[in-house]
Design a protein around this ligand. Structure first.
Ligand SMILES: [Zn+2]
Length: 242
């Protein structure tokens, strides 16, 4: 009976964006380690609440594609495989946040990721009376992140890709298709993933502490079904400090 009622009442399946959102500016930072699903959530939540999704990685790529001065400098760093320095990152993000669609409301994704970047962001926003309202930290247990990041295996013979969590082979270590041996690339190995997570924590923990001290940090568990995480994030934004 319930199932029939739900099926004939389509509105019960929808989340109405407008009433969920408190009025006024909505300047939100979404933080989270590699493997937490931050990028996907940032995009979904930004669409739902109707604000710009500003991802620093996208800004780098767009700038490189345009081939402008900033883009040429980004490309140099990316080609050398090193992190883009803070001042350049801050510059490209602030240019984006000066546009009309993101002056008052945005969800920042991938930035800031260090204390230096967080302070620089506050300085530049503060110069014209703006401020971050809410910082959400997506938290996922280390072992879950490792399983997600280090789960990929490839067949040596036919190059079919498997994932121990999402698409495991029938027999461990053996390709379903051709019986070939499965192996992990260095990027997909557990020690590489562990190292990535260590670097992330070293870099971002001071920034997370900085926002916690300012009383605008909210921690959201990211190891739940994707739609539950989306709802929790939307709720956190709705209840953000005034
Ligand atoms: Zn194979």
């Amino acid at each position: 009976m319930d199932a029939v009622q739900m099926a004939t009442s389509p509105w019960t399946w929808q989340i109405a964006p407008a009433p969920l959102v408190r009025g006024g500016p909505m300047r939100v930072v979404l933080m989270g380690p590699p493997g937490a699903g931050k990028g996907t959530q940032a995009k979904t939540v930004a669409d739902m609440v109707g604000v710009a999704h500003v991802a620093s990685g996208d800004l780098f790529r767009e700038s490189v594609k345009r081939g402008d001065e900033l883009g040429r400098r980004f490309k140099e760093y990316m080609d050398r495989g090193v992190l883009v320095p803070d001042d350049l990152t801050v510059q490209v993000v602030m240019e984006r946040l000066a546009r009309d669609d993101s002056r008052d409301s945005f969800i920042l994704d991938g930035f800031p990721r260090s204390l230096g970047q967080a302070e620089a962001l506050d300085d530049v926003l503060g110069a014209d009376g703006r401020a971050i309202d809410l910082v959400i930290n997506l938290t996922v247990p280390e072992e879950t992140l490792l399983a997600r990041l280090a789960g990929r295996w490839l067949c040596r013979a036919c190059h079919t890709s498997y994932h121990t969590l999402y698409s495991p082979p029938i027999v461990e270590g053996v390709c379903d298709r051709c019986g070939g041996e499965l192996y992990q690339r260095i990027d997909d190995r557990e020690d590489t993933a562990r190292h990535r997570l260590e670097i992330y924590r070293e870099e971002t923990t001071p920034a997370v502490d900085y926002y916690r001290d300012r009383g605008i940090l909210c921690e959201v568990p990211g190891d739940r079904p994707r739609d539950v995480v989306t709802r929790t994030l939307t709720e956190a934004i709705r209840q953000r400090p005034a």
